[in-house]
Design a protein around this ligand. Structure first.
Ligand code: IPD
Ligand code: CA
Length: 272
């Protein structure tokens, strides 16, 4: 895949902003208002979805199809549509539907463009707070109304000084539970319930670690370019790419990332 010029990348990013704007119009009117919630959990686990999730994804898809009809689309609510071009838009109309229906403003609309190998940019938009986190090789920024702020993750090498975020400690299964417990008891502070916002706060330099599991590609692809462009590192628990979701460790400082991976690997090692 030949590299895009900066101008081409900017044009695609500008278009992605219009997708986030379109999603806002579908989600915000429903937030903190009565809305029907359906449970799509096939396995017995509660997995809510609303008209806002579906309408926002439809709005995004119809715009992509009219402007880039050869691009593929992968979205949480309406599945995968293969494109003729190597580009695929990876979207989660509402990441954090549980937060959305509980009135917690930490959900977001996630939009990534994958070039066939990796997400080349990502947007995480929080309409209620009017915060839009953007990342690409052109940089990372937070757009808040008319204000624009460059995002920079903060240095933090020691686990004992770290602030760790995670959406729900109940997301870990089997040996992951012990691994997460080993890590989370070594940090200074843990906070839960943060959904995609956790990665924005990491890029903002306010926290040091995000550790999660059980994610889907559309839960993480938009967040990787934001964290990386702010100087952070995001991988799976083995240090490899996490574009397919699953286990994720994001750190603002590469030394913190290495320290977290070491604890997780150590805890997962069978006792001798
Ligand atoms: C969820 C969020 C949440 C994570 C869950 C996901 P959804 O996405 O990403 O932070 O803990 O595993 O399912 O379902 O609300 O789009
Ligand atoms: Ca979702």
């Amino acid at each position: 895949m030949p590299a895009l010029s900066d101008a081409e990348l900017r044009a695609l990013l500008d278009f992605a902003h219009t997708l986030a704007d379109a999603a806002r119009q579908q989600t915000l009117p429903y937030f903190r208002r009565p809305i029907a919630v359906e449970d799509k959990g096939a396995s017995g686990l509660y997995d809510p979805v609303t008209q806002a999730d579906r309408a926002a994804e439809e709005a995004i898809r119809s715009r992509i199809k009219s402007v880039y009809p050869d691009h593929g689309i992968l979205g949480e609510e309406h599945g995968y549509e293969l494109g003729a071009s190597p580009f695929t838009w990876v979207i989660d109309p509402i990441d954090g539907t549980r937060s959305f229906i509980a009135g917690v403003p930490l959900w977001g609309t996630l939009i990534a463009l994958n070039d066939g190998e990796r997400p080349i940019f990502g947007i995480m938009d929080q309409p209620y707070l009017r915060e839009r986190f953007v990342g690409s090789r052109l940089g990372a920024e937070l757009v808040a109304g008319s204000e624009r702020r460059t995002l920079q993750a903060r240095p933090c090498a020691d686990l004992s000084s770290a602030v760790l975020l995670c959406t729900d400690p109940g997301m870990f299964e089997g040996a992951e539970q012990e691994a997460f417990a080993a890590l989370s008891t070594r940090v200074r502070l843990r906070r839960f319930g943060t959904d995609c916002h956790a990665y924005g706060l990491l890029a903002h330099g306010l926290v040091d670690l995000v550790v999660e599991s059980g994610l889907k590609p559309y839960d993480i692809q938009a967040l990787v370019p934001i964290v990386e462009a702010a100087g952070g590192v995001v991988t799976d628990w083995a240090g490899g790419p996490c574009y397919d979701g699953g286990q994720v460790v994001a750190a603002g400082d590469p030394r913190m990332h290495a320290a977290a991976l070491a604890v997780l690997a150590d805890a997962a090692r069978p006792a001798t």
